[in-house]
Ligand binder design. Sequence first.
Ligand code: SF4
Length: 207
Amino acid sequence: MRFERDKGFEKVVLDNLRENAKRVSLRGVKSLLQCPRKIYWLVKEEVPPTDEQLLDMARGSSHHSILEILPLTEVRVELDGIVGKIDFLHDMPVEIFSTALGLGKTPRHYPFKLRQLGAYIHMLRKNGKYDGLKGRLLVFHYNARALRSWVVEYAEQELEKIWGTILWHKELIEKALETGVEPIPDPDEGECARCMFRGRCHSPRVL
Ligand code: SF4
């Protein structure tokens, strides 16, 4: 028996994944919840995702698809020119994701997901598709091979605040694209540590 690594085919697979990867969109909730400086550089320079990021995305969507055996309904909404595709499970919106983090974590450890779910609930409410304040986080801890389901209840003011941040980020990025001046950074906790621009970013947040 002989083995030979086929690097050419690995490249074909990665190229296909790259082709499928969604571009950064200034109309998407996920982009607008991230550090505006990072998104500005991504949009301006059209930085393609790295191989590692592509494989992380592939793993995330495969875990998501495993859970699509659930009776999910997808609702599309638009608010202030921003679009969202939101999963509904039974009577409330749900955000499904996977993590390498251990089981000791609570929703406070997923601030990005908390804001994303809150933004979706806000969009649904403003579109008259939902009048609740609750949503569900369904977390697949793949290292622990365990699931956790959390119901999160927001206050109306929290939803308004999340949406205000999204609109502020949108404005900052659009203005920066117009003027060519980088927007002020506003990274989430830990965002700089994972950012591909940390080597060139002179933000005091980059330690
Ligand atoms: S290093 Fe931090 S502040 Fe700079 S672009 Fe990345 S996330 Fe934003």
